[in-house]
Ligand binder design. Sequence first.
Ligand code: NAD
Length: 476
Amino acid sequence: MTMETTTTDGSLETYEGLLAAISASEGTPVLDPATGEVLAHAPASTPADLDAAVEAARAAQPAWEALGHERRSAILVEAADAVDRSAAALAELISREQGKPLNGPGSRFEAGGVSAWLRTAAATELPDETLLEEPRATIAYRAVGLVGAIGPWNWPALIASWQLAPALRMGNAVIMKPSEHTPLSVLALGAILGQVLPEGVLTVLAGDRDLGAALTTHPAFGKIMFTGSTATGKAIVAASADNLPRLTLELGGNDPGIVLPDVDPAAIAQDLFWGAFINTGQTCAALKRLYVHEDVYDAVVEALRAVASQVPMGPGIEEASALGPLTTSDQFAIVDRLVEDARASGGRIVLGGDPDRDAPGNFYPATLVADIDAHAALVVEEQFGPALPIVRYRDLDEAIALANGLDVGLGASVWSADAAAARTVAARVQAGTVWINSHGGVHPMIPFGGIKGSGYGLEFGVEGLKAVAVPHVING
Ligand code: NAD
């Protein structure tokens, strides 16, 4: 069977056209983090809007599933093409709303990632498997039906694509609730994809945490994908208990990096810096606490200072900016509190730590804190911002114990001139992913997910497709 899809008239390929298509004349104000001024208003969807979206999704999903993998994949490739045509406009909107720079690992990279994840989901196969020939047993993976997706504000469009691309690929209909701080970027993505997807297959509903809570208790959803804080993840587990939807929970992290004594500090400083400061530190799997062996400690701190002091910070939409503002004033306050606590408890501020609290926008300077106590709040709490604590260690076992000592386990990294030695250490670190000589890079075919308080379930690759499907075993 075929389904009608609408075609683009090009209006979503400019920033003005995109914003006009998704913003509301009244509704929830969305702030520009670089100025504190209102950027635009997002529609405020209600539980009644959620019910209407559920009805539309229920009506559309069976035909979407019946299209089959090949046709759905072809439509996802068309969707990626549409994202590419609107990439410049989408990137500008992300920079204005979320704050990240256009360049480097910024909003143009984010828009490109959305396209890449759609294309990879389209190209990934999940065939039926024969488990046993005699007695015969097979397993197939079928659509769940309706998938609900709730997202954070740090990589709004990219993380939305991580949720919707595999879910659509497997034949589900998707209803998304973006963060109240960055609804426009996800509404824009929904509008762009709406040019090629059948009506009702994907709906983006902007709303606050109450709308998120309504989604997690709605009986329509067979699967809920959540990316956000550990506290909200726990609330979703409790709220969803009556309906028992399947859950993927990508929660907070506090990723350690362990630097072994054999490194060349100057050679690793750039990668260490960007591992920690990507998106101005607002990244789930960023390097958030660094443990450096005493033999190279001073040299690593100095090499990091040399890199960090050269990185320009400014509004995301200025081409020269490499770091932007924090997305929310609340996040600014968290970073400010943790750095002041570190200073008061004897940490040495090597760089930064001196924000202009009266200036417009949520700009907190890149900050390095050395000689900090291993149990200071800046080390053991997730800062989610541009302030890196650097802890000195003498004994590797002690460093590994500190790395494993928290109740989260998203990512981690080990840095060494000897890759085999680094892998041996990596095997002892409790995290969903341990990188060697880099931190935080994700790939659409490499499964990603946390352990402990960082959540459960995997995204990306074949594992990611299985996570938005239900298994169907035929035995006999
Ligand atoms: P958050 O938990 O405050 O909000 C995330 C989303 O949940 C928002 O859309 C919000 O409206 C919604 N929400 C809030 N309360 C809810 C409830 N009771 N029921 C349903 N939905 C609810 O998180 P945030 O501040 O937007 O994001 C920052 C956090 O996300 C950090 O801890 C970061 O580490 C984590 N994060 C994790 C990953 C990952 O892949 N593991 C990726 C990005 C961010």
